[in-house]
Design a binder for this molecule. Structure first.
Ligand SMILES: Cc1cc2nc3c(=O)[nH]c(=O)nc-3n(C[C@H](O)[C@H](O)[C@H](O)COP(=O)(O)O)c2cc1C
Ligand code: SF4
Ligand code: SF4
Length: 229
């Protein structure tokens, strides 16, 4: 939707380019849009931001989130400075909280999402970007400290093997959608006869495979999380 407001936009998917050897992007405006996981960008996004050079007159970054970002935007701007570029404008956009271990997705969509004013907030962000607004994220010491603690905890939880605990029930029709949507190619069929689904050790915990399984056959082990509709 941001892209619709500009001409000659080139949309680039980080999961698709991260496996290539592109080292530099240069343009008048460059924008990053990504979700936050544990008050920080997903590992893949962080790797992309660290290993690529960006040159632009104006750079913006939008974090989609459930609603609590603590010092993630501040850390992002600091990291960019450290890497030799400027993120001129940062903002967060509260959307559906899709962290299944903690949130009931149906409640999130039906009860909490309508109160998040996503469209109005996004319109404000788009207007800011069109006006080349600058802003610097401010953060309290307390938020920085909590973010730091969560970062340590996340490293322990996000060891790449999370999906190996997922449950695949007998509704699975072997459609391979989960294999196709996984941004890190972490899912495959063990063989082409039984088509047993196996998970490797590169999981980023994005839960796209669970959310996008049309048969509702993939679940978290811890809560046997299911979609009812
Ligand atoms: C592993 C994981 C961790 C998350 N951590 C946070 C968080 O720290 N703060 C927050 O506000 N939302 C958090 N979320 C919610 C997502 O940032 C939010 O739902 C976002 O809109 C997801 O975007 P997507 O649908 O493009 O994946 C988390 C979601 C996941 C899956
Ligand atoms: S998307 Fe769901 S139904 Fe399709 S192969 Fe994966 S688990 Fe099975
Ligand atoms: S949660 Fe599923 S889709 Fe996401 S990285 Fe892990 S295996 Fe892939």
């Amino acid at each position: 939707m941001i892209a619709n407001n500009f001409s000659n936009v080139k949309l680039i998917s980080i999961p698709q380019v991260i496996v290539k050897t592109i080292k530099e992007y240069q343009d008048e405006i460059i924008g990053f849009v990504f979700p936050i996981y544990g008050y920080a960008p997903p590992k893949m996004v962080n790797n992309f931001l660290k290993k690529t050079k960006f040159k632009a007159e104006y750079i913006f970054a939008i974090e989609t989130c459930g609603g609590t970002i603590l010092s993630s935007l501040y850390n992002l701007q600091q990291q960019a400075l450290h890497l030799g570029y400027h993120i001129d404008y940062v903002a967060h956009l509260a959307m559906v909280s899709n962290y299944l271990p903690k949130f009931d997705i149906n409640y999130e969509i039906k009860e909490r999402l309508p109160k998040k004013n996503v469209k109005t907030n996004l319109d404000n962000i788009i207007s800011d970007i069109k006006n080349f607004k600058h802003n610097k994220a401010e953060v309290s010491n307390k938020d920085r400290f909590i973010t730091f603690l969560v970062k340590i905890g996340s490293k322990l939880v996000m060891n790449g093997k999370q999906a190996q605990n997922y449950i695949i029930d007998n509704k699975c029709n072997k459609c391979a959608t989960c294999i196709k949507v996984c941004p890190v190619y972490n899912i495959s069929f063990k063989d082409n006869i039984n088509k047993e689904i196996i998970f490797s050790n590169k999981c980023e915990y994005c839960m796209a495979c669970i959310h996008l399984c049309f048969e509702n056959a993939l679940h978290l082990k811890m809560r046997n999380q299911q979609y009812d509709d």
